[in-house]
Design a protein around this ligand. Sequence first.
Ligand code: RP5
Length: 191
Amino acid sequence: MSSKHLVGIIMGSSSDSKIMHGAAKVLDDFGVSHEDQIVSAHRTPTRLEQYAKYAEKNSFRVIIAGAGGSAHLPGMIAAHTIIPVIGVPIMVYNDRSEKKSESFKFSAFGGMDSLLSIVEMPNGSPVATVGINKAANAGLYAIKILANEFPQLKSKLKKFKQKQHVSVVDESDQMKKSGLVKFVQKKFKTA
Ligand code: RP5
């Protein structure tokens, strides 16, 4: 596979990094090279435009863009480039100050604000959108796109699906054997 970065991961703030790291982790697990940066649509609008050009120059195949609040980043990046953009709506944010009270650590609309602003891109500038905080799914979806070009990713994805299958069947066997009450006690360490 290419040693160059295939995926660009960007986020609106360092406070998004805890969520966005889920995408990076999946890409690392599949051996897909990615480059990670902070690009803010409202604090660094000119940098956003530069980043889109940079991504095209570097032949990124996919851009994963995460943002919270009104979340313009994924849509604005999509407006500036023909590279497919996967948007990650982020709920938990605003944790720059440790002293902030709990109620200030979450976006007012619980992530629905970001979800709707990313998923509701008007016709002509699409952004594929994953669920709120589901950065790992963005990573997986990027791999599915890349698998069209890199056949080794196809077989890795098939193995990944097979592993999921086996783990569900294993848990089902345990449940069948012990019964639901004991299964829950063991799995969730309840009394
Ligand atoms: C958005 O505003 C970012 O994506 C982040 O989710 C949110 C809050 O940013 P900070 O105030 O934590 O920098 O642009």
